[in-house]
Ligand binder design. Sequence first.
Ligand code: HEC
Length: 224
Amino acid sequence: MPNTLVRLASILALLAPQMALSHGDAAPQAVDTTGLPDLPEEMAPENPWRTAEGDLMVTAVEIGAKGFNSNCARCHGLEAISGGLAPDLRYLEADDWGDEWYLSRVLDGYEQNGAVKMPPFADILSQEAIWAIRTYIETRPDDQELAARQDELHTLKAQVDGLKDDASGAEAVAELLIDVGSSFEALSGAPKSVTALEEAALLLRSDPPRVKAASDALLGILRD
Ligand code: HEC
């Protein structure tokens, strides 16, 4: 039936770009860093947000995640979990040596026998974007630990959902989210991992508490 074929072709045409982009967009792109403080023009030698707290930390991680997904994930893997194409960046040490290595690769890229294995990002990413991506990478938790502790995370989500319209217990639940969140170590050895637990805690601490948004945020670490 020609009609069906035409329809099928147009559906495929619609799907094709998405399929090509499913591991992150191919063309390197600038990252919108609105919400992060401006950094001095000169490149910092170390991640300026390594020990950031609260809003600043969560914002850096969120913006870093976007930057990572659009520029790095297609080679280094979604959620920075490498599929083997390129090194697993979650293990790059969160210290001055790791930062120096990170900067040199990100700014200059990497060529082997004249072939570009990793493109340079010096002309594409701002300093704020570069360090936000670094912050995202180094605060990744151990995905296997996340998988192993799903029951605990489901219970936490149920506690958030239980707040519903009565948000008076929000602060107590926020504290619990922070506590559990800090028990997940970062694979890079960074001071802490940053996950949806931390984001949800901030949402519960906003005035008035954003219970629904906090609950939705937690979906980001629930696997089933
Ligand atoms: C086209 C694929 C590709 C893209 C896109 C890419 N990389 Fe890479 N990257 C590689 C490969 C391949 C290596 C290994 C090079 C080597 O042997 O040192 C690498 C190495 C690195 C290293 C050194 C890791 C180590 O353990 O030695 C860092 C850091 C890094 N990339 C960061 C990034 C970041 C951040 C982005 C996004 C802004 C990015 N890369 C985008 C392919 C890519």
